[in-house]
Design a protein around this ligand. Structure first.
Ligand code: KIV
Length: 284
């Protein structure tokens, strides 16, 4: 089994051009397979609101939801660098609340790092406060669903020179505030490249082109499981939804027809003498 990566490993990989593999995960079982496959990092994203809890945005996700899922992922992937995503209103109000909630991610759920969205002055202050408290914090810029209302929906960002320059400048400020890495989401590849080339910390991309130090995808998108919507940048590596549908449909058919579970392979045996005694006992 590969040794668990630390932030030093991730920095070295970025410096040496070794791509960092990053996937979201929300539960014990999936995390176990991700660790087995050798992913470098797992994000327990607040996208669990969409993917697991069935909300149409990430706004309703709570700290309690996040901690339950982070703990499950930690149990499934004890040797993987895991990032806990700070949900809406867990860091927006004050530095103190942000530090307290980041502490819960690290202390209770044993996360290696927390992530927070945004590039406002308040976000920079939260990043500095969490870093000053001794925790690793990852920034997240570009398409940031917790700012979805202000962005007018979850749409690609940095598509004009002015907007792109704002992202490049924000990335520098986030690094200076003490972030250990930055996730850049939903921007043209040239913007991902400009941010990466100027960064002194690992830059992870999701829908940000091929130049970033690493790539993130939402696991349920890339395995063909979540199908409510599929962002343009998702490549499908499997058809888990199709496989589930096939298995569930066959099960429905076999239970209804009585084909399952008649076979000896799927039923417990009883000693013939005990069966006979039972038969007699039942007859009274
Ligand atoms: O919540 C999440 O999974 C994320 C990614 C979509 C970037 O933040």
């Amino acid at each position: 089994m590969a040794k668990k990566k630390t932030i030093l490993d991730l920095r070295r990989m970025a410096a040496e051009g070794e791509k960092i593999v990053y996937l979201t995960g929300y539960d014990y079982l999936t995390a176990k397979y991700e660790e087995r496959a050798g992913v470098d990092m797992i994000l327990v994203g607040d996208s669990l609101g969409n993917v697991v809890l069935g909300y149409d945005t990430t706004y309703p996700v709570t700290m309690e939801d996040m901690l339950i899922h982070c703990k499950a992922v930690r149990r499934g992937a004890p040797n993987t660098f895991i990032v806990g995503d700070m949900p809406f209103m867990s860091y927006q109000v004050s530095d103190e609340e942000a530090v307290r909630n980041a502490g819960l991610f690290c202390k209770e759920a044993r996360m290696d790092c927390v992530k927070l969205e945004g590039m406002t002055d308040a976000c920079l202050s939260r990043i500095k406060a969490i870093n000053d408290a001794g925790m690793l914090v990852m920034g997240h810029i570009g398409l940031t669903p917790q700012f979805g209302a202000q962005m007018g929906g979850n749409r690609a960002q940095g598509k004009s020179c002015e907007a792109a320059m704002k992202l490049v400048e924000a990335a520098k400020k986030i690094e200076e505030a003490g972030a250990c890495a930055i996730l850049v989401e939903g921007v043209p590849a040239v913007v991902g490249k400009a941010i990466t080339e100027r960064a002194g910390i690992p830059i992870l991309g999701i829908g940000a082109g091929s130049y970033t130090h690493g790539q993130l995808l939402i696991y349920a998108d890339m395995v063909g499981y979540f199908d409510d919507f599929t962002p343009k940048f998702v490549k499908k590596y499997g058809n888990v939804g199709g496989e589930l549908l096939k298995a569930f449909t066959s099960y429905c058919e076999e239970v209804r027809s009585g084909a399952f579970p008649v076979d000896a392979e799927h039923t417990y045996k009883i000693d013939p003498a005990e069966a006979e005694a039972l038969e007699k006992a039942l007859q009274g």
